[in-house]
Design a protein around this ligand. Structure first.
Ligand SMILES: *Cc1c(COP(=O)(O)O)cnc(C)c1O
Length: 440
């Protein structure tokens, strides 16, 4: 098929996510990809500076992960995971339990970040019912949090404002403030104190009725790479534990080295009751997720009757190809080379953000691990997704052969760990050109 045929058939038959087809430009057709580079149908190369929706870790089409999947496909492609098990799933479960903080020991598999969140919320809820505590029915989430697009995840992520069309389908979740911060923010301690006061008041009133809280630890991704300090996370988790509220960390985006440490909970030194992992789990190769919880939670489901069991599962639960990709990726992630690469990317961002911070259109530069972000100044009333700043910047990035997708007026880089200094230099040059295009 010619590229023109493909384009016509895409228009005729494909419904793309998060896209207004009437106004969106034609989607870019990608033929292949290697390392940090995507190759368009025309042969033009594009630098992937967002790890293709935050999933890629080690670069595209990484031969080690590709080979692990191919080998697994020739051996066992899938088997029902109720009443059956297999080595790839056992290996990734044991490896994750070994790396994760103490107590996180039982791994439940599903297919994507949203289902990982649903599993945590449903299991947390049933945990209290199984223990005979029927009073705990409420959930806490944090302002600006995004947890996925299924109904429970939307309910927890209601404040991200993506879900207006489904408001009446959602169940009520208590939304508490989160003290966001940036480089050189000298009001952060006051903001943290205020957020914790609000939290204390809420727990005082409703702590005994609350099942769990859910938070994207250290970085809230979809709402614009909003960052908070480990100090806040630690104080928040301590208060939840004191109130008997289960803590769910949604590390779907922040997991697998993005934050510097392998997980945010390790970076911040907190021990949640649940952790949700997806995006980087398979290095971006296959859709899979896990929800990891403690023996204490798991054991509340043990009983002679099936009614107490966790009656939840998906056709592709613990798909062996996904597990094989995850095992191969984790090995690459834990190698010294990868740790060094993440440190190098972090240092590169730090130096470039310092320069960018002096640009008249740049504010709130921020950095955590391999994620760099900043806000582009917009006039009153022009902020958020409706802003015209984002599309203008995006046009400039496309011209420059860069895959960088601003979130409203927030520009961020979240590159695969194989990215070179030269490639990062190109990205920052492109950012400067995009900023110039705004003032011209
Ligand atoms: C992407 C994301 C999700 C949802 O994951 P999907 O795989 O898109 O369903 C949930 N939580 C966070 C923090 C995410 O970034």
């Amino acid at each position: 098929m010619t590229p023109e045929d493909l384009k016509r058939l895409d228009r005729a038959h494909v419904w793309h996510p998060f896209t207004q087809a009437q106004t969106a430009p034609d989607p870019v057709m990608i033929r292949s990809a290697k390392g940090a580079v995507l190759v368009e149908e025309s042969g033009r190369e594009v630098l992937d500076m967002i790890s293709s929706w935050w999933v890629n870790l080690h670069g595209h089409s990484h031969p080690v992960v590709a080979e692990a999947i191919a080998e697994q496909a020739r051996t066992l492609e899938h088997v029902i995971f109720a009443g059956h098990t297999h080595e790839p799933a056992i290996r990734i479960s044991a490896s994750l339990a070994e790396i994760l903080p103490g107590g996180l020991n039982k791994v439940f598999f599903s297919d994507n970040g949203s289902t990982a969140v649903e599993v945590a919320m449903k299991a947390a809820s049933q945990y209290f019912l199984n223990k005979g505590d029927v009073d705990r029915r409420r959930f806490i989430a944090f302002d600006g949090g995004y947890h996925g697009d299924t109904v429970g995840a939307m309910s927890a992520g209601v404040s991200s404002n993506f879900f207006d069309a489904w408001r009446e389908m959602l169940f009520p979740v208590d939304i508490l403030p989160v003290p966001t911060t940036w480089i050189g923010d000298d009001t952060i301690e006051a903001k943290e104190a205020e957020a914790l006061t609000a939290l204390d008041a809420h727990l005082e009133a409703h702590g005994g009725e609350t099942v769990a809280c859910i938070i994207e630890p250290l970085v809230q991704g979809a709402s614009g790479m909003r960052m908070h300090r480990p100090e806040f996370l630690r104080a928040m988790v301590a208060r939840m534990k004191a109130a008997g509220v289960l803590v769910i960390l949604d590390e779907v985006m922040t997991g697998f080295g993005r934050m510097g440490s392998v997980f945010s909970c390790l970076e911040a030194g907190v021990e949640p009751d649940f952790i949700c992992l997806s995006k980087g789990l398979t290095a971006g190769f296959l859709p899979m997720s896990v929800t990891v919880t403690t023996d204490a939670v798991h054991d509340a489901f043990l009983d002679d009757s099936i009614g107490r069991a966790f009656l939840h599962g998906h056709s592709f639960t613990a798909n062996p190809l996904g597990c094989a990709a995850a095992n191969a990726s984790l090995e690459l992630l834990l190698a010294d080379e990868c740790t060094a690469a993440r440190k190098r990317i972090n240092a590169f961002h730090a130096a470039r953000l310092e320069e960018l911070g002096r640009h008249p259109l740049v504010e709130r530069t921020r950095l955590q691990g391999t994620i760099a972000a900043f806000d582009v100044k917009v006039l009153e009333g022009q902020g958020g997704y409706a802003s015209s700043v984002g599309p203008k910047l995006k046009e400039s990035f496309i011209r420059d052969g860069l895959l960088i997708r601003p979130l409203g007026n927030v520009v961020y880089l979240l590159p695969p760990y194989c990215v070179s200094d030269d490639q990062l230099t190109r990205a920052y040059e492109g950012i400067n050109r995009a900023l110039d295009s705004l003032s011209s």
